[in-house]
Design a protein around this ligand. Structure first.
Ligand SMILES: [Zn+2]
Length: 200
């Protein structure tokens, strides 16, 4: 079956999405507090030309949202973000794939798992570490079950790519695409943009 080669990554899942960081008075996480502590790509400059590998069956389902998200991040002025498609997962900084809920995703609509290569296996590493690949798994089963609209799906894609920039979750009620859950934000907000500008 076509998805089997990704199981090496999936098998290293551990769903420990601990919320950390210090909230500001308004509840918003700003600057350093908006990011995984010491987390991000080993080579931060890959964000200038983030190489992505996305299987065609994932493009078929999520390509519009991915395209729109790439365009949103690329068009933020004051940072230099870009994207480039590559033909091999091994060459990618960002991997986006949709997969079946197998009981390990805890009902989430999507998740970003950072990993580092060891031979042909990308091993999950801590969010508070430096990684080689940001692997985004989208879970249509869970989106379906939670009755996600196209806007909710779009938000999920944008949110998971936000994690690839090492942005962590914002508290509920904050105006940010990094708030988890079934929301309708489909572009980075001013808070998200100012945080990205702080780091990049
Ligand atoms: Zn998240």
């Amino acid at each position: 079956m076509k998805k089997s080669k990704y199981f090496t990554i999936i098998s290293f899942l551990s769903l420990t999405l601990a919320l950390s960081g210090v909230a500001s008075a308004a509840g918003e996480l700003k600057d350093a507090n908006a990011f995984y502590y010491n987390g991000g790509f080993k080579d931060i400059s890959v964000t200038e030309n983030m190489k992505y590998y996305i299987p065609s069956y994932t493009w078929d389902q999520f390509g519009d949202y991915i395209d729109d998200s790439f365009s949103d991040f690329s068009s933020i002025s004051g940072v230099n973000f870009g994207f480039e498609e590559v033909s091999w997962l091994e060459d990618a900084d960002l991997f986006i794939v949709d997969t079946d809920e197998d009981g390990t995703y805890d009902g989430l609509p999507g998740i970003m798992i950072p990993c580092n290569w060891s031979g042909s296996t990308c091993n999950k590493v801590s969010y508070n570490s430096r990684w080689e690949l940001a692997a985004v798994f989208l879970l249509p089963d869970n989106m379906e079950r939670e009755d996600f609209s196209s806007i909710n799906r779009h938000k999920t894609v944008l949110h998971e790519i936000g994690h690839a920039y090492a942005l962590e979750h914002q508290p509920k009620g904050v105006n940010s695409v990094m708030v988890p859950g079934k929301l309708t934000i489909t572009s980075p907000t001013s808070l998200d943009i100012s945080n990205l500008k702080w780091k990049y």
